[in-house]
Design a binder for this molecule. Structure first.
Ligand code: NDP
Length: 400
């Protein structure tokens, strides 16, 4: 029997919900482009429930304990004395969400001789040292597409939020004020602006599609060019790299995975190539941007706004400069963990576990590392290597 160690974020401060704002969530047939939704043999949760927090348990306890497995769920993930580090040496399978990542560094993998499978409940497995995972023969899998559309909605919301200067206007109301000039002195229309995405995979393409009706000019860069029919349909301009994309854009959105090629891609040098007053929206991974370069660019006015929901490390220390820099629209990492998304990635995790236990292949599109190399979606979208360096700083969030 297996020991499954699962790291989830904390329950709401007022306790696990007993009722919800809505009675149901829409039922999807398939993802855009035809990929099928997760198809486990059964689920033991009601779609729309909070599954990503500790008491939600991704709806897995009945299934795992019914098989005789040991199922440990914790939010205590950082530092040598954490429950995660204590339980890891005897774990066969680790499940973690990017929102509250259990960093699986080379040191931690070395302490886990039984570990064979690391599942990302969501998308983006950069919290795992993929080089060490490859060397140790681990399988790393994620639930591809489960929250891509969720994130694309957040990106569109965030672009509008920055360009229209929504957050300060909202704060004016909450503070009892009515000074319209203060609200609009940084407010513009998105119409006819140039918007570009770095990465035009599932999220990037969905962002482009959603922005098309706003009458903007759409640009992109990606390692593989989109089909000509898609470029024509959306009126896209392709750039071979980010260097040639960013100088023409009023808004840049980052939708590529974090891997050695993209780590700190948006540094002082690349940001200096952006238009003065451009907006940068990053819901991909915090480490794709140089933390201090972003803060400097907002201070100097090189960037008019920065937003997104991804940080490095996570949780971000209380003194992380992105919490206090000017003109930002940051949230904690929430875009891919709406209740709608949770139902999909919880079902996807169950599907991966069922395949693993039954000895059936995990879907190719879910694989990041397998058989000692990058595989499936990982082979397509990642470059080999490790991007977990510095993740131990996540422990500082606990500091008073
Ligand atoms: P996809 O794999 O569908 O798309 C990623 C795209 O990025 C691919 O087209 C890939 O290229 C491209 N890419 C990779 N490297 C580069 C590079 N150096 N320059 C330009 N493009 C590059 O994944 P998704 O769109 O579903 O997700 C993208 C990322 O978003 C995830 O990896 C994750 O980090 C993040 N994410 C964030 C979430 C959140 O909650 N904030 C939730 C879900 C995802 P190609 O494959 O053509 O080589």
């Amino acid at each position: 029997m297996a020991k499954v160690l699962c790291v989830l974020y904390d329950d709401p401060v007022d306790g696990y919900p007993t009722s919800y704002a809505r009675d149901d969530i829409p039922v999807l047939d398939h993802y855009p482009g035809g990929q099928t939704l997760p198809s486990p043999q059964a689920i033991d949760f009601r779609p729309g429930e909070l599954l990503g927090s500790v008491s939600g348990e991704l709806g897995l306890r009945t299934f795992l304990e019914g098989r005789g497995d040991t199922f440990v769920v914790t939010s205590d993930k950082d530092g040598e004395n954490s429950v995660f580090e204590r339980e890891l040496p005897t774990a066969d399978i680790v499940i973690s969400q990017p929102f509250w990542p259990a960093y699986l560094t080379a040191e931690r993998i070395a302490k886990a001789p039984l570990l064979k499978l690391a599942i990302t409940a969501g998308i983006g497995s950069d919290h795992v040292d993929l080089r060490a995972a490859t060397e140790q023969g681990l399988t790393v899998a994620e639930v591809t597409y489960s929250n891509s559309i969720s994130v694309s909605e957040h990106v569109v919301m965030t672009i509008l939020t920055l360009v229209r200067n929504y957050v300060p206007s909202y704060q004016t109301v909450v503070r009892g004020g009515w000074n319209i000039a203060d609200c609009v002195e940084r407010s513009y229309d998105l119409e006819c602006m140039v918007v570009g995405t770095v990465g035009a995979g599932r999220i990037g393409t969905a962002v482009l599609r959603r922005l098309k009706p706003f009458d903007v000019e759409l640009h992109y860069t990606d390692r593989h060019r989109l089909p000509e029919s898609v470029e024509r349909e959306l009126g896209l301009t392709y750039h071979p790299d980010a260097e040639s994309l960013v100088p023409v854009c009023d808004v840049v959105t980052i939708n590529a995975p974090l891997h050695p090629e993209t780590e700190h891609m948006f540094n002082d040098g690349l940001i200096a190539k952006m238009k003065r007053g451009a907006y940068l929206v990053n819901t991909a991974r915090g480490k794709i941007c140089d933390r201090d370069a972003v803060a400097r660019a907002l201070e100097s006015g090189r960037l008019a706004g920065y937003a997104g929901d991804v940080w490095f490390p996570q949780p971000a220390p209380k003194d992380h400069p992105w919490r206090t820099m000017p003109h930002h629209g940051m949230t904690p990492h929430v875009s891919g963990t709406s209740l709608s998304a949770q139902a999909r990635y919880a079902a996807g995790v169950r599907e991966i576990l069922e395949c693993w236990f039954d000895g059936r292949p995990i879907r190719e599109e879910y694989l990041i590392v397998d058989g000692g190399k990058l595989a499936g979606a990982g082979a397509h979208s990642y470059s080999a290597g490790d991007t977990t360096g510095g993740s131990e700083e996540a422990e500082r969030f606990k500091e008073k």
